[in-house]
Design a protein. Sequence first.
Length: 342
Amino acid sequence: MTDHRNAGAVQKDGIADTMEAIVQDRYGAVDALRHGRTARPEIAENEVLVRVHAAGLDRGTWHMMTGRPYLLRILGFGFRGPKNPVPGIDVAGTVAAVGSVVSRFAVGDAVYGMSRGSFAEYAAVLEDKLAHKPSNLSFEQAAVVPISAGTALQALDAGRVERGQKVLILGASGGVGTYAVQLATSLGAEVTGVSSAGKTDLVLSLGAERALDYTQDDFADGTRRYDLILDIGGNPPLSRLRRALTPTGTAVIVGGEEGGSWTGGFGRSLRAPLLSMFVRQRLTMLASQERASDLERLTSLIEAGEVTPSVDRTYALEEVAEAMRQLEAGDVRGKIAITIIG
């Protein structure tokens, strides 16, 4: 007798008990990721089961793959290996089932949000981390919005950006940066973006008035000062950020990728608000949150044409390792999408 379990033929409520997925049992490089089958997630009463059409690849997923900085393991993401064996956070798809207390969604709805394991045919998503998909986006476009655009929105909120202000965005061509440029522009700010030379055209196309090549241009040379600096994924000393700020300007540290294996630059983020207590400039860090309210705000901006996802390229589910290599190499202009259902 043929066992169809590995083919996903065992059914529960009309949905296969197993699913195609990327599975990770240990921390490591891309070879820790394998393409295979695993159990379909069960959903809690406040969760939605999403049939995944597309997923987004973000830097946070890379951190969860490698288990670095090690602080993540201490914070509860899994000490020896990832607590959730299916990677991926950003998700876009259709609702396959809803928990007993879910009220905002019904089976068949097109949705997007932040899941626990989106590199798979199905993903479980808390209702308060999910929104209806923007009507003018494909699933691939929608899948690259939630984490990066939500982080950019929260960073600008933290920076208290106002119309007419001069805003500097470090890392303007990356996942968060491409949204930050568009969002700041939509709010009436005058934006300068910093990126590599090969991506300055992208930064300008997103609405920035000026684009700096970080290998040639010094944003802190004193020739121009900014009301707000968003430091996304960089690691300049706080003294350089202050040098580029107006006397009462604000710097928001969104991330850092060069702080060592233990803290990953988090120490600089902690020092910023401490220093801010003794100077006129406001230096702060962003601890971003995953919430549906941000997605609803973004949906309005996207449907109004003020924000558009920048999808560099798409990969099939079995090509996730290759996509991760492109992300590691720093070759991505904007975001990468993973297509689950073509």
